[in-house]
Design a protein around this ligand. Structure first.
Ligand SMILES: Nc1nc2c(c(=O)[nH]1)N=C([C@H](O)[C@H](O)COP(=O)(O)OP(=O)(O)OP(=O)(O)O)CN2
Length: 137
């Protein structure tokens, strides 16, 4: 088993906010991350797949194909977008780093399975100090 990782980046706006809570409660729980007029991050996404190396190509998967899958399914939908409002797979979900990483994993998983590799993990940096990693379980 070998693992290969592709990094992509996207810039997006969001807020941490529950409609069913008062502004006061949102502010108390989420602080400035609940700013009603949104705020943005430069996200960094690390996608890792695993499998065995094709002896003819020496590839686990062509990194150009990895790039294309991640860009089509995730980056094109998120870059310079509002995560709460614009991103189809985030509709009705909290735009926390945890939930975003989990949803990205679920979006990407079948596309890599189609290429006969297994999605191992999605690691998402929201800031240079804060990141989450999801392994699908
Ligand atoms: N469990 C989570 N907690 C928080 C999340 C999250 O997604 N999951 N998100 C936020 C904010 O959106 C944001 O990430 C916090 O930014 P900030 O604290 O300013 O992060 P920095 O790394 O820029 O700040 P430093 O203080 O310099 O470390 C809050 N909580």
């Amino acid at each position: 088993m070998i693992y290969i990782t592709r990094r992509e980046r996207f810039c997006a706006a969001h807020k941490l906010h529950r409609e069913d809570w008062s502004e006061e409660k949102n502010e108390a729980v989420f602080g400035y991350c609940s700013n009603p007029n949104w705020h943005g991050h430069n996200y960094e996404l690390y996608v890792t797949v695993k499998g065995t190396v094709n002896p003819e190509t020496g590839f686990l998967i062509d990194l150009k194909l990895m790039k294309s899958i991640i860009n089509t399914e995730v980056i094109d939908k998120m870059d310079h977008k509002n995560i709460n409002l614009d991103v189809d797979f985030m509709q009705g979900k909290m735009a926390s780093t945890e939930i975003i990483a989990m949803e990205i994993f679920h979006v990407l998983k079948p596309h890599f399975e189609q290429e006969n590799v297994q999605l191992h993990s999605v690691k998402l940096y929201e800031t240079e100090n804060n990141s989450v990693e999801y392994f699908g379980d």
